[in-house]
Design a protein around this ligand. Sequence first.
Ligand code: FAD
Length: 393
Amino acid sequence: MAEVLTQAAPAPQPLVAFTEDEVLFRDNVRQFAEQSIRPKVKEMDEKGVFDHGIIEQFFQLGLMGIEIPEQYGGAGGRFFESILAVEEVSRVDPSAGVVVDAQNTLVNNALLRWTTEEQKRRYLPKMASNTVGAYALSEAASGSDAFALQTRAELKGSEYVLNGRKMWITNGKEAGVFIMLATVDPSAGYKGITAFIVEKNFPGFSVGKKEDKLGIRASSTCELIMEDCRVPKENVLGEVGKGYKIAIETLNEGRIGIGAQMVGLARGAWEYAAKYAQERKQFGRSIGEFQGVQFQIAQMATEIEAARLMVYNAARMKDAGMNFVKEAAMTKLFASQVAERVASLSLEIYGGYGFTKDYPVEKYYRDAKIGKIYEGTSNMQLQTIAKLVMGGK
Ligand SMILES: Cc1cc2nc3c(=O)[nH]c(=O)nc-3n(C[C@H](O)[C@H](O)[C@H](O)COP(=O)(O)OP(=O)(O)OC[C@H]3O[C@@H](n4cnc5c(N)ncnc54)[C@H](O)[C@@H]3O)c2cc1C
């Protein structure tokens, strides 16, 4: 009888196992963040202005078009690499992290998924090489209830004419291309919502007030004003009336990005606290020798690890083509809670010094707060999770 050769299937890899390319990529981003971003973090935060040179370097390093295919000038990477980039940059500066995050996980993601071939040829090479993007959904009166938006789009001949104001738009100051959500028919409710690709130099478009914020101060957050803004018909993204689907699905991926930003932030704060605990002496020894402080460091490390695994799992699920909506919401919810706790405790480990601007931990604490607010507040994540888990998913 012929011998049956059984071959064991390869064992599934742990979530922290990376490919060689991923390790190389992560290490390059880490080194760049240390060398080129770290020295500028404090000044950018104080001035509330993002250093343009860093944006140029992001483009040179391929960090603004990570998933854009090489044929359009991008790096041809996977979503997981976008997540690694956001995590590593945010470890040094969460403001810089959100620049990379919004570009890759919101704007490029929407463009890659919903553009026609002609639009791809027109926009993807720009996004990969020199144009910052922004994603414009929120308005003054519509945040969590995003589809109550009022920005109006009316078809007049070969153009749509847009009127309205957007609020809170990340990268608003630097962006050249905007994914703009407007309604073509307010009476149709969410079914009137349509996505447009709007360029900064389109007639009738302008950038308004820039917010003065508690945290991620270097990342610009701006109002956008459209007064009879003329957008060519060919710039509809996806189908007319399907903007709500584009908005929801783009944000699902974006939330994993915010999870990565929060994990990077928590790691950054924790590293400072762990180091300071070795250096600071009280009662004749380093505070890190006290079990009370050791346990705080250990608890934080454990929570960061849990949040990180959730981020990696959600990202790998996305790359594997699985449904990741629940995991993305859980990831953002949990990672933002961890970031806030870790940044707060790291500040306490610095004692009074932590409360001053002479040390970097107070900035992480301020930056952490946004994780619970943008791309859907924590309550909105809980609503999504509750709907899915209670519906048996
Ligand atoms: C720094 C920053 C950057 C941002 N970047 C962008 C961007 O690039 N693009 C963009 O489109 N938007 C952006 N936003 C907007 C952001 O997404 C909204 O602020 C967020 O969705 C919350 O909306 P809101 O501020 O109107 O709060 P509201 O919706 O008014 O919520 C206020 C409170 O009520 C709670 N709440 C509301 N409804 C419910 C409910 N049904 N059940 C339980 N609780 C509820 C919320 O959880 C929250 O605690 C940004 C915001 C900030 C601050």
